[in-house]
Design a protein around this ligand. Structure first.
Ligand code: ATP
Ligand code: MG
Length: 459
């Protein structure tokens, strides 16, 4: 290990633990100690007092002791650091186990970075690889139900080898939480798990580069070559890549699931994931469905789709500190079991009704909170004009309607009408009910929003 590697390694550990990089004096202590210098020598070199350097040193050793979970002192710093560094890298430069190695409790990514320059091209030839990057995945504290959905995900991934799974549904229904729960339960069954948030999307080129970096592979220059590198990893190891908030790649003001020009490459990427043979899986989480996510109800078909609706279970209000438990289910039904809407109305019930759900329900039917308004405004504004037209027509009906009845209330051409109606279903704003006749219904909370806030909308 060179002195620069030592400083970088210690700096990364300290940064991971404290959020602060080493300062100049701490670096001087690390460098000096690594070069077997006494505190006196270090103090002399940097024109500082012996006491000051000893004090900085002792705090740093304490911090490293906490991080590495063993007693670190000036006298054993070199041997301990060397051992920790090489125990990890000597087994296989690609293996950095989180929570398994007694020496580490910090993220694998940091270790990857510190080794990056050493292992550029010789990796992924071995069969064992263990890389998890869950930096942008939410931490799940409470998790209720969804047993069937978790079972489905397990079945598709571990039994049917489904390569592309999309978890779809309206905002706030629990898509991200479900997938993260699945990841938490199954982490050890994958060699690589990478969670990517597309809240602030980036080009596919950069994204694949990031994935390769996490997997300790030096990204090549072009997207084409990078994809080749990535697919070689997907073939050789069982990997899980989660792409959250995928709807941000789609155009606003158009029909659902149409890529913005700068993200068009993602369409090819999803197609490649399904068409090429490999042993890995991509889970896409999105509020909008696109054609690449369309699946067949056929076993072993490489694409599966899990539409998620709200959770109709009183358990979800257990920790909400509300009163009048007998009314909870009514409240949940009213807001279609949507977690984000429920959170927002619960907060209002606490503020205005002192937590009394019964009193709230006796005074209000379906109250649209300020938060819901801004969410639905955003959703409404994303719609194509043809969709807005259908939504306004549908909002006038109190009960589900047939396509023919709906068409009669619309001024759209048959092409626009059909495309609009399909697109609204791809956004989970309209559901199709199969009775004797096929009926269509607008999401009830959204309908209330449209009735109250969109009637002046000029189409
Ligand atoms: N099964 C569950 N058990 C407990 N809480 C849940 C569950 N599902 C979701 N939640 C809670 O609901 C909130 C919203 O869920 P989540 O963020 O997963 O929704 P989403 O469908 O991903 O929404 P968006 O499309 O806006 O990203 C979360 O903060 C979480 O606390
Ligand atoms: Mg989400």
């Amino acid at each position: 290990m060179t002195v620069d590697e030592v400083v970088k390694f210690v700096d990364q550990m300290v940064f991971e633990k404290t959020g602060k990089h080493l300062d100049d004096i701490q670096i001087a202590v690390v460098e000096g100690t690594w070069n077997r210098k006494s505190y006196d020598d270090i103090a002399h070199k940097y024109n500082l007092t012996n006491n000051h350097i000893a004090d900085i040193g002792s705090k740093l050793w304490q911090l490293l002791s906490d991080i590495l979970n063993e007693d670190i002192k000036k006298s054993n710093f070199c041997s301990a650091l060397e051992r920790v560094y090489y125990i990890n890298s000597s087994q296989n430069p690609n293996i950095y186990c989180i929570g398994k190695n007694p020496y580490f409790n910090f993220s694998s990514q940091i270790l990857h970075q510190s080794h990056q320059t050493d292992v550029k091209s010789n990796i992924h030839t071995e069969s064992s690889l263990s890389t998890y990057d869950l930096t942008f995945a939410p931490e799940i504290i409470n998790f209720y139900r969804r047993e069937k959905e978790l079972e489905k995900l397990s079945d598709w991934i571990f039994k049917q080898n489904t390569r592309l799974i999309s978890v779809l549904g309206l905002y706030g229904v629990g898509k991200t939480t479900l997938v993260k729960r699945f990841v938490d339960l199954n982490l050890n069954n994958f060699a690589v798990v990478i969670w990517i948030s597309l809240r602030y999307p980036q080009s596919l080129d950069l994204l694949v580069g990031d994935i390769l970096n996490v997997c300790q592979k030096q990204p090549e220059e072009t997207l084409d070559k990078r994809l080749k590198q990535l697919f070689s990893i997907l073939c050789n190891h069982k990997c899980l890549i989660v792409l959250d908030d995928f709807q941000n790649l789609f155009i606003s003001g158009n029909f659902a699931g149409q890529y913005k020009s700068e993200y068009q490459d993602y369409q090819n990427f999803l197609t490649m994931i399904t068409e090429f043979k490999h042993q890995s899986h991509v889970i896409v989480i999105s509020q909008e469905q696109c054609p690449e996510m369309k699946c067949l109800e056929q076993e072993l078909y490489p694409i599966k789709c899990l539409p998620l609706s709200g959770l109709y279970d009183v358990d979800i209000l257990r920790n909400s500190d509300l009163q009048c438990q007998e009314s909870w289910l009514k409240l949940i039904n009213l807001y279609a079991g949507n977690f984000k809407d429920l959170k927002s109305v619960i907060s209002l019930i606490h503020n205005n009704y002192d937590g009394d759900v019964g009193e709230f329900l006796s005074e209000n039917n379906l109250l649209i909170t300020n938060q819901m308004q801004s969410r639905f405004r955003e959703i409404f504004n994303r719609l194509a004009t043809q969709e807005k037209d259908i939504v306004l027509s549908l909002s006038k009906f109190d009960i589900p309607v047939t396509r023919e009845d709906l068409k009669q209330h619309s001024r759209l051409s048959i092409i626009d009408f059909n495309n609009g109606l399909q697109s609204l279903q791809q956004r989970y704003l309209v559901t199709k009910i199969k009775n004797e006749k096929i009926l269509f219904q607008l999401h009830l909370v959204f309908r209330e929003y449209v009735r109250n806030f969109c009637q002046d909308n000029q189409i």
